[in-house]
Design a protein around this ligand. Structure first.
Ligand code: FPP
Length: 236
């Protein structure tokens, strides 16, 4: 993944190729409705499902979703198992349709830390969709950007020089286009150890909308805002 060359004067961002989302606010969505947190996560998965459909016409090549961070293991065990169960159900219910729609599934992060049944389902989904040539849905699972950069630096060192290019070439996202737009829902405005390297020149877009309420219309709003942002990559 390289940093694109600077565009000269006054051009907007145009079409975003790679969009990433920090899907935040499931817990607050549930709290506002006095329902269990698990229901917030369940609605969060439904929002993922609707967005994967809704994003189809928006010209995005890669949608990267922060589903489970290296820090999320600190959550209570029952919440971790709710999230794991929801991910299993999502693969079981949606894999056929993703495969039929020529979507490639990719995982960033070390998913081998999950239960063997989830690991097996993930591997089946990766195998089933690996030759697909349409859009890519990259799901971040047991992902932390600092961990990813450290792993990439170790790999780069083992092969020779450590440079920005050799680190980028060993990141989990090495085969993806540069990150254009990073969205975070729920009003929080921080990166939370997500795509720190990749976000060096990404545009950031924050919304108060809680993740379960996020729709393709919100994504369209973000893309419209991106389209008119001027990007200089440190140039002029
Ligand atoms: C943040 O809300 C959300 C998460 C930690 C989990 C996000 C995961 C999903 C939406 C499911 C992903 C599933 C698939 C299939 C990709 P929070 O619990 O931190 O909310 P809060 O900050 O309001 O408490």
């Amino acid at each position: 993944m390289s940093v694109p060359a600077a565009k000269s004067g006054g051009l907007g961002g145009g079409q975003a190729r790679h969009v990433a989302i920090i899907m935040d606010g499931n817990g607050r969505w549930a709290k506002k409705r006095h329902v269990p947190r698990a229901l917030g996560h369940q609605k969060g998965v439904e929002a993922v499902r609707a967005l994967v459909h809704g994003a189809a016409g928006l010209g995005i090549e890669v949608l990267t979703l922060y589903a489970f961070s290296t820090e999320n293991w600190q959550r209570p065990e029952d919440e971790i198992s709710d999230l794991t169960r929801l991910m299993k159900r999502f693969i079981l219910s949606d894999l056929d349709e993703m495969a039929d729609n020529n979507i490639r599934l990719k995982i960033i992060g070390d998913y081998s830390a999950f239960t063997p049944d989830l690991v097996e389902l993930i591997e089946r989904a990766l195998e089933r969709t690996k030759a697909n040539t349409g859009s890519t849905i990259a799901v971040a699972l047991n992902y932390g950007s600092m961990d990813e950069i450290a792993r990439a630096a170790r790999l780069a060192a083992a092969k020779g020089a450590i440079t920005p290019e050799t680190i980028a070439a060993n990141l989990d996202t090495a085969d993806l286009p540069p990150l254009d737009l990073l969205i975070r829902t729920s009003g929080e405005e921080r990166l939370s150890n997500f795509l720190l390297w990749q976000a060096a020149y990404a545009e950031l877009w924050f919304t108060e909308v809680l993740w379960p309420d996020f729709t393709a219309d919100h994504l369209k709003q973000a893309l419209d805002a991106f389209a008119i942002r001027e990007r200089h990559y440190g140039g002029r």
